[in-house]
Write a protein that binds this ligand. Sequence first.
Ligand code: ZN
Ligand code: ZN
Length: 391
Amino acid sequence: MENYNILRGKDKIGENLIEIFYGETKLLVELGKALDGGDELSDVEKAAIREKYDAVVVSHYHADHAGLIEQKKDCPIYIGAGARRILEAMDEYKGKTLPKNIVAYNNGKPFYVGKIKITPLLCDHSAFDSYMLLFEAGGKSILYTGDFRFHGRKNSDDLFARLPRHIDTLISEGTNIGSDKPCFSERELEESAVELFKATDKPVFVLQSASNIDRLVSVYRAAKRSGRIFYEDIYTALLAGAAGGKIPRPDVFNDVYAFTPRFVQDKRKEMFFEFEHKRGVARIDKGKPFVMLVRPSMLGFLKKLAAKMNLDGALLIYSMWSGYRENDDVKKFLTVAKDLGLVERTLHTSGHASMQDVKRLIERVSATKYEIVHTAPTDSCYSPDEFNMAD
Ligand SMILES: [Zn+2]
Ligand SMILES: [Zn+2]
């Protein structure tokens, strides 16, 4: 099965669209949205939605991989079971329901579409429940990596044990190709966060993506280790609840509390009141020192908080790709935070493999041929698709 066609993604960061076909079966791998495309669909996106496929297979929920899946109704769309729960939670927050043709696959459990065997292999990335996808048919194999890294919180041993010894074609992400900088790990990031949190008795705010569950764990652990309680806004708390397991969330973790950044009258108000561990603005500074997750949309809330408590000298950790600093809402948030007296520090690591780790993978699967997608010339270790503007 040498048959594939990279419709988009070879000279772009993200937005992969790849066709894989064998015999009568035709698959589309990924159905993302151009990150700079606004609400308008491009011609290639319109064609992908219109085209007849037997199935769409998606590696993870980031918008540049899955942003358009709800618009394709005419075939099954496969995504990881945990990622599907996250998408459901995102939709619930927006008052929507996830379409029924979006169905779940599980780690290491092969499934067939026509004669093509598809095996999802769980990997580490800045999105929860992300997979590499192995396609096999007619004695040939294609491994598509989706987005991955080896420096996250997840141990790569299980993935390495499951990877075949030989692949005919490897289609790998290459976000950090062009940079020889190693990426520091999530665990190193946690250590740096502990040091920063312990060095102050002021409140700590962390600007990060709600759907970056690995980062959520790193920041929560640093909060706990520095004797602080942890505040999650209801959107993050919903996503953390959908992830489940050992992911920090209100009620299940006794030091995690929900807060609501704005006075909401709709269903979201009910969502807030359903949490047992919750605090309104008036009670946020009562009790232990805290770490609170924030996003640019919470600017009004931050101002409200500043009117209730002294934020002068409080810490603001910037924990996203540096490129988002150019976004108007991020710029405004950082400026106002500075005016309120918050002191900014940056703490971030890429959601994508370093160049050394891409090479490690290529060697591990001894690929006859490889293609690099999700790439563009760059000199920094960065994560273009970590930010989820869902709220
Ligand atoms: Zn991506
Ligand atoms: Zn991604």
